[in-house]
Design a protein around this ligand. Structure first.
Ligand code: SF4
Length: 265
């Protein structure tokens, strides 16, 4: 993949000038009309998004029927549903959707509640969640997090990203997805390895980013807020079916002509 983001450089200069001007307004406390800073946005992103939506229109990727929205018991009380959402997110890191869904099914068959998990010994819990990635660490984190939820949150999950990421084994992507799915609040873009990879291939970040967290911040700078929730499921499924980590199916991709990473892959 090419490294330079050349089309962006010209616009970056313009932005720097505007930032300096903004600062002088606020220094003096002068009331001025808010400055319209030209927000950087990637070339062709709207058409690329339309194309991805078209490629995803069948909604037949693993994430569409096995993702977090499909792993909890929708007939359970709200508190239990939210706990199950968080648990499925904790299980999902470094794990295929199919494997997470299987583990959730086995856990739910035992009655998946905070109390139920705290009464389950570690060896049994390990057997139930195996073979999710890092299952040994996840047994420990699930127990620690469940204890905190019981002691501090009355068995519910917290309703802020800051409190969620403070729980053992809960990262920013999980926290943003938990906010969206469990609480119905869009708090940020949930960026996993698929979103991170595709955003960089399509040059949806001003410069190449090294981590999902960096990508999240870079996307939130320009992507309209009303798309923040949609983008996760859209790109995860696209990454599972077409823009694969290794040998992406560029020949079958509607973005081939618009994608800076298409050649040479
Ligand atoms: S052209 Fe290839 S690398 Fe670019 S978005 Fe499509 S599948 Fe991914």
């Amino acid at each position: 993949a090419r490294k330079s983001h050349s089309p962006v450089k010209r616009r970056r200069k313009a932005q720097r000038l505007c930032v300096a001007y903004e600062g002088s307004d606020s220094e003096k406390g002068v009331k001025a009309e808010p400055l319209k800073v030209p927000v950087w946005e990637p070339q062709d992103w709207q058409q690329q998004l339309v194309n991805i939506r078209a490629m995803r229109s069948k909604k037949d990727a693993p994430v569409d029927h096995l993702g977090v929205e499909h792993c909890y018991d929708s007939s359970a009380p709200p508190k239990v549903r939210r706990y199950q959402v968080l648990l499925s997110l904790m299980l999902s890191s470094q794990t295929k959707d199919q494997v997470t869904a299987g583990a959730m099914q086995r856990l739910r068959a035992q009655g998946l509640t905070v109390d139920g998990i705290l009464q389950t010994d570690d060896a049994t819990l390990g057997k139930l969640i195996y073979p999710v990635g890092f299952w040994r660490s996840k047994v420990k984190y699930i127990k620690q997090t469940s204890t905190i939820l019981q002691q501090r949150y009355g068995g519910d999950i917290p309703a802020s990203v800051a409190e969620l990421v403070a729980l053992p084994g809960v990262g920013p992507k999980m926290a943003h997805l938990a906010m969206a799915v469990a609480w119905g609040t869009v708090s940020g873009i949930a960026v996993d390895t698929h979103v991170h990879r595709i955003a960089n291939r399509l040059r949806w970040t001003k410069k190449a980013t090294k981590s999902p967290e960096e990508t999240r911040a870079a996307l939130e700078e320009w992507l309209p807020r009303e798309l923040w929730h949609e983008i996760n499921g859209l790109l995860v499924g696209f990454g599972q079916q077409t823009c694969l980590p290794v040998r992406p199916r560029c020949q079958a991709c509607l973005n081939q002509a618009l994608c800076p990473a298409a050649q040479g892959l």
